[in-house]
Design a protein around this ligand. Structure first.
Ligand SMILES: CC(C)(COP(=O)(O)OP(=O)(O)OC[C@H]1O[C@@H](n2cnc3c(N)ncnc32)[C@H](O)[C@@H]1OP(=O)(O)O)[C@@H](O)C(=O)NCCC(=O)NCCS
Length: 178
């Protein structure tokens, strides 16, 4: 087994570990909500059924520890969401893009800040990645705040480049040197 797939990280409240096949049926009850999809790309569909969960877990495990570092996040043994990175390509191969989500029942308790801070620490200490990038939709101030609280700085704003379900918004670009 790839070494990465055996790791486990902990914070005060969260356990972060790579996705396992047995997670698949546990994902839709947490992820099947417009509240998450509204703030993410079309790669995070709504409805989010078991087929979508299977695609996500296969995707997360392909290249894990080489060009992808994707974690299931658990609190008290229960799946609550995910955070992870995917490596850039070509001239951006020293960078990685960060993504994260939580089931809405778990919002507003500081969990995203806690898990993203641990992800940043892991990427800094255990991978060759030198810079992280992230982007948030204009209507997602909570996500921007998570990035600011975990050390990211705003690097740009791409006006009107996001159209989701018929609505246009800006894309806020963030970066963090590791
Ligand atoms: C974004 C998301 C991960 C945040 O999770 P969370 O655990 O609630 O975040 P935290 O509690 O760690 O921090 C949220 C911060 O945003 C602030 N916030 C929340 N709603 C806000 C709003 N409408 N305006 C301004 N700030 C807001 C909170 O007050 C908190 O900041 P504070 O600690 O300074 O008070 C969660 O809402 C989510 O999963 N959303 C859907 C998916 C998503 O957006 N993913 C990110 C894509 S870029």
């Amino acid at each position: 087994m790839n070494d990465f797939l055996g790791i486990e990280l902990s914070t005060e409240r969260c356990r972060l570990r790579p996705w396992r096949m047995e997670d698949i049926p546990l994902i839709p009850p947490v992820a099947n909500t417009r509240d998450i999809s509204w703030n993410t790309s079309f790669l995070f569909p709504h409805p989010f059924d078991e087929a979508a969960a299977e695609r996500m877990v296969y995707w997360a495990r392909k290249g894990a520890g080489e060009d992808k570092w994707q974690f299931a996040v658990l609190v008290d043994g229960e799946l609550v969401g995910s955070c992870g990175t995917i490596r850039g390509t070509d001239v951006e191969a020293h960078t990685a893009r960060v993504g994260y989500w939580l089931g809405p029942a778990h919002w507003g308790k500081g969990l995203a800040t806690e898990m993203v801070a641990e992800l940043v620490r892991y990427m800094r200490d255990h991978t060759p990645i030198e810079q992280l990038t992230a982007s948030c939709f204009g209507w997602n101030p909570a996500s921007r705040r998570v990035l600011e609280k975990t050390g990211f700085r705003q690097e740009g704003l791409r006006r009107g480049v996001v159209r989701k379900w018929g609505k246009l918004t800006d894309l806020w670009i963030y970066g963090l040197l590791l």
